[in-house]
Design a protein around this ligand. Structure first.
Ligand code: ADP
Length: 256
C-alpha cells in the first residue's frame, strides 16, 4: 500500500443509517482539522451516494494522473485538504454506480493504493451507511496501517441507535478501536430564543456510549447554518464560531 505511507493517522466515519449526517460530520471534521493546521485527506468510499464533492463544492472537478498515481482534488489553494471520491470519476453527477461487490472492492482498493496523498496528518474515510462490501474491503486493506479507529454517527432515535450498535459490533469483529459516538440532529435550537426543542427522542447517543463503554463525542443540534455552510464547503468554525456545532468540532479535533 505505498500511497498511504505518508499518512500519519486514519479515521473511519461510520453510521448505521443513511441521512444521519455522516458525510456532514466527515467534511466538517476534515475542515476543522485543516483550520487547526493539519494536512488532511478525505476519502469518500460511499460509491452509491458520494456526497463529499457536493458538500465541498467540488463537483465537476477532475482527478488527474501523475507518475505516482491519482492526484486528489484539493479543496483549498494551500493544498491542505485533499479529496478523493468516485464522484470525480463519473461523467455526470446523476450517473448511478450499479456495481456488484468485486467491482466495488476493486475501486476501493485502487483508492487506497493509487491516490497520491503525499504526506498528510489525517486521512478521514467517509464510508457508506451500514456494514457492506465497501467496509470489509477498507478494513482488509487497512491492516498494518495507522488506523486510529472509527467515529460513529447516529441520531438519538432508537432505530438509528440500534443500527449504530451493529456498527459497534462490526468494529469489534474487525478489531477496529472505536473513537466514540457523535449524536447528530439532536434537537433544534431556536434562532430567536435559543431554546432547544428535542424533536426526536433525546439522549440516544449518550445512552449508547454509556451502555457500550465508548466515549461520547458530543451532540450536534439541527442547525440550518450548519446545513448551509456544510453544503458550501465552509467550516462551521469559521462561519459561525459561537455555534454549538463549532464547539463540537473544535473539541473533536482536540480529542482525536
Ligand atoms: P449522510 O452522509 O448520513 O447520508 P449527510 O451528511 O449527507 O448525511 O446529511 C444529509 C443532509 O442533512 C444534508 O443536506 C446536510 O446538510 C443536512 N444535515 C446534516 N446534519 C445537519 C445538522 N446538524 N443540522 C442541519 N442540517 C444537517
Amino acid at each position: 500500500m505505498p500511497m498511504l505511507t505518508g499518512v500519519k493517522h486514519i479515521i473511519l466515519v461510520l453510521s448505521g443509517k443513511g441521512g444521519v449526517g455522516k458525510s456532514t460530520v466527515s467534511t466538517q471534521l476534515a475542515l476543522a482539522m485543516k483550520e487547526a493546521g493539519f494536512k488532511v485527506g478525505l476519502l469518500d468510499v460511499d460509491l452509491c451516494g458520494p456526497s463529499v464533492p457536493y458538500l465541498l463544492q467540488l463537483e465537476g472537478k477532475d482527478v488527474h494522473q501523475c507518475a505516482e498515481g491519482w492526484v486528489p482534488v484539493y479543496a483549498d489553494a494551500e493544498q491542505r485538504l485533499a479529496v478523493m471520491s468516485i464522484g470525480f470519476l463519473l461523467k455526470d453527477r446523476d450517473d448511478s454506480v450499479v456495481w456488484r461487490g468485486p467491482k466495488k472492492n476493486a475501486i476501493i482498493k485502487q483508492f487506497l493504493s493509487d491516490v497520491y496523498w503525499q504526506d498528510i496528518d489525517f486521512l478521514i474515510i467517509d464510508t457508506p451507511p451500514g456494514t457492506s462490501d465497501e467496509h470489509i474491503t477498507v478494513m482488509e486493506n487497512l491492516k498494518d496501517l495507522p488506523c486510529d479507529g472509527a467515529l460513529l454517527v447516529t441520531t438519538s432515535q432508537a432505530v438509528s441507535v440500534e443500527d449504530c450498535m451493529k456498527e459497534l459490533s462490526f468494529c469489534k469483529k474487525a478489531n477496529i478501536p472505536v473513537l466514540g459516538v457523535l449524536e447528530n440532529l439532536s434537537g433544534f435550537v431556536c434562532p430567536v430564543c435559543s431554546e432547544c426543542t428535542n424533536i426526536f427522542s433525546s439522549g440516544g447517543g449518550l445512552s449508547l456510549a454509556n451502555l457500550t463503554n465508548v466515549p461520547f463525542l458530543g451532540s450536534l443540534p439541527i442547525d440550518p447554518s450548519l446545513g448551509a455552510c456544510g453544503e458550501k464547503g465552509q467550516s462551521c468554525i469559521t462561519v459561525n464560531p459561537s455555534s454549538p456545532a463549532a464547539k463540537v468540532f473544535q473539541e473533536l479535533v482536540q480529542k482525536i
